[in-house]
Design a protein around this ligand. Structure first.
Ligand SMILES: NC(=O)c1ccc[n+]([C@@H]2O[C@H](COP(=O)([O-])OP(=O)(O)OC[C@H]3O[C@@H](n4cnc5c(N)ncnc54)[C@H](OP(=O)(O)O)[C@@H]3O)[C@@H](O)[C@H]2O)c1
Length: 342
């Protein structure tokens, strides 16, 4: 299948990709390419995947300054636009890293990502984590910042005001959150002038987060799902013995066998049909992933079977953000239903 869109040759017509309507009325393609190389896929390999994925038909790319590859991804995006894809057909996300929450740092950080990505605006800029704690990229799971801080709503709102300024300045079309919880989002929705358009959160068949999912949808926030395949290539620091793999789940494996597709593609089809926007990372399988979500749908019965395999198995636990001795990672996720006190 090959298609001519705005002068560029693409393998799959991007107009066939389902779109999510954001609260602004803008559209976001319902699948994007993740760009976190998990410390072992090089920036050059990720950049090659961005070029290849755009040629395959992807128009949505999930970037972040902390992934350490925005300059290379930016060169790839520039070549995509030079090949004839219009900038306005692309949906590009970047994220503010945790050591840049300071009022003077937000706009400068966004400008740096824009320069690295060779863009004049971002479609979406996220606060990557709600904790203003520095830890070096690639550090061990036991690493703690000497001045680690809990979530302090007043501080988060100072950061958010700067995010809102980015929209006013025209540098960013939408702003959003990531790794948030219902109690934190409740306060943000109360106090924000510009509400988050998107919440990026871990979502896969073994971690479906039904309550948070429902909460964001009910509040007009589009859920974007990271680790949609269960992040089989994630760094060792993000692995614990309790973790399970959705691609090895017997129900997912059986549905994959029935459709003649990889279990990873079942995870993506489930995600798109459920209503979230998966952002699978891939340097080898991005074509089949895109083709897979356009292939015949999972049946209602299959969707229900997958809904029943949820194991509440969070893979990205965020241990490095803990701020007190003896805490366990659950403290980061407000599991009691209230923001964990400082
Ligand atoms: N906001 C946040 O805090 C946050 C946190 C984590 C991740 N993210 C974002 O979410 C993206 C995705 O998460 P992730 O990269 O951790 O995990 P993921 O997308 O669940 O898994 C990626 C892995 O799956 C493999 N894969 C992809 N398609 C496959 C297929 N069809 N068959 C077999 N294997 C397949 C990839 O290998 P190949 O390369 O060989 O295809 C890669 O090793 C990241 O890249 C990043 O952009 C955001």
């Amino acid at each position: 299948m090959s298609h001519q869109a705005s002068g560029s040759i693409t393998e799959i017509d991007p107009r066939l990709i389902p779109q999510r309507k954001l609260s602004s009325g803008a559209s976001m393609p319902a699948i994007g390419l993740g760009t976190f190389g998990s410390d072992h896929v090089t920036p050059a390999q990720v950049a090659a995947a961005v070029r290849g994925a755009a040629a395959a038909g992807y128009r949505h790319f999930d970037c972040a300054s902390v992934y350490g590859n925005e300059p290379e991804v930016g060169a790839a995006l520039e070549s995509v636009v030079a090949s004839g894809v219009k900038r306005e057909e692309l949906f590009i996300t970047s994220k503010l890293w945790n050591d840049k929450h300071g009022e003077d740092d937000v706009i400068a950080s966004c400008r740096k990502s824009l320069a690295d990505l060779r863009l004049s605006y971002l479609d979406l800029y996220l606060v990557h984590w709600p904790f203003p704690n520095f830890h070096p990229p690639g550090c061990d799971v036991s690493s703690r910042s000497a001045d680690a801080k809990p979530y302090l709503h007043e501080s988060y709102m100072k950061t958010w005001r700067q995010m809102e300024r980015l929209v006013d300045m025209g540098l960013v079309r939408h702003i959003g959150t990531s790794n948030m919880t219902i109690p934190k989002l409740t306060l943000l929705l109360r106090d924000a002038c510009i509400k988050p358009a998107v919440n990026e959160m871990e979502l896969h068949p073994h971690f479906q987060q039904p309550e948070l999912f429902r909460f964001v949808v009910d509040n007009g926030i589009a859920p974007v799902g990271y680790c949609p395949i269960g992040s089989p290539g994630r760094p060792d620091r993000d692995r614990t013995p309790e973790d399970t793999a959705p691609t090895e789940d017997p129900v997912v494996v059986e549905i994959a066998r029935r459709h003649g597709i990889h279990p990873a593609v079942v995870c993506l089809k489930w995600a798109v049909q459920r209503g979230q926007t998966p952002i699978p990372f891939s340097v080898n399988n991005y074509r089949s992933n895109l083709a897979g979500i356009l292939a015949p749908h999972l049946s209602d019965a299959e969707m229900q079977q997958i809904a029943a395999v949820d194991r509440n198995c969070r893979l990205i636990k965020g241990q490095v953000f803990l701020w007190k001795e003896g805490q366990s990672w659950e403290a980061l996720w407000d599991v009691s239903g209230e923001i964990t006190p400082p």
